[in-house]
Design a protein around this ligand. Structure first.
Ligand code: DGL
Length: 266
């Protein structure tokens, strides 16, 4: 294990700004922890890339956070988790927390036996997603939908644009027609669309994502490894690095008071 102490920060990365939805959960559950967030926005979306490209970018992000002396790395990206976490766990001596679409809980609670999942192409086509889907009972019908175009618009800060609402309608209507009662958000960018999604799917379809579960798992693993920081002497820091324009991150984090948002060449 890399020589870590409780005082080292938690490292979090995503292809872009979507993983801040996970950072918010982690920061609220673990308020004493310092955090470094890496947004590889220049390379977003990962969802359209090959497995090899996603793997190489995930390695680069991991090494950046290791060099920042992070004690644990949260892969706050379904696409990177499903394509790279196996490799990362095998090759780096540091705990990793990943995020996968919550199809399992949805399949256990559905009454219509039909659930929908909205995720990137890279996630839906991954071996890990296929493996997880194969553990779901055959009685459950899973409707998979690639969220074509959504990540690009979110990265451009167009969260409530007409264009995004048009795309959401197009992606979600077939699922509504097939009577899903659970919609799984399989991309960390999508929680930012919940308001618009609710306007389309209504109250009877439940929306679930894995953010809270990831924060709990991060806490459990830190506790198990003796790395949980229970008290902070000063004010904990939260530093965000992005290799693209800072503006969208600043807007998303305006209520979270980050310590700083820095533009880096990466
Ligand atoms: N936020 C990411 C995910 O959870 C990746 C989106 C993308 O870059 O395509 O899948």
């Amino acid at each position: 294990m890399i020589n870590s102490s409780k005082d080292n920060p938690i490292g979090i990365f995503d292809s872009g700004i979507g993983g801040t939805s996970i950072w918010k959960e982690i920061n609220s559950l673990l308020p004493n922890e310092d955090t470094f967030y890496l947004s590889d926005s220049i390379n977003a979306p990962y969802g359209q890339k090959t497995k090899e490209e996603i793997l190489n970018l995930s390695i680069k992000n991991t090494e950046y956070l290791i060099q920042k002396k992070c004690k644990i790395i949260v892969v706050a990206c379904n696409t990177a988790t499903t394509n790279a976490i196996k490799y990362l766990r095998k090759n780096y001596n540091i705990p990793f927390i990943g995020i996968e679409p919550a199809i399992k809980p949805a399949s256990l609670h559905t009454k219509t036996n039909t659930i929908g999942i909205l995720a990137t192409k890279g996630t839906l086509n991954s071996e890990l997603f296929e493996k997880t889907s194969s553990t779901i009972s055959n009685n459950i019908h899973i409707i998979e939908q690639i969220g074509e175009g959504l990540v690009e618009l979110i990265e451009a800060g167009q969260i409530e644009s007409e264009e995004i609402k048009f795309l959401l309608n197009k992606h979600l209507q077939p699922m509504i027609d097939q009577k899903i009662d659970y919609l799984v958000l399989g991309c960390t960018h999508y929680p930012y669309l919940i308001k618009s999604i609710k306007e389309i799917v209504g109250e009877s379809i439940k929306i679930i994502d894995s953010g809270e579960a990831v924060a709990k798992q991060t806490k459990n693993i830190l506790a198990q490894q003796g790395l949980l920081k229970l008290k902070s002497l000063g004010l904990p820091f939260s530093i965000f690095y992005t290799n693209k324009d800072k503006k969208v991150l600043e807007k998303l984090l305006k209520d979270s008071s980050p310590t700083s948002i820095k533009k880096i060449d990466f």
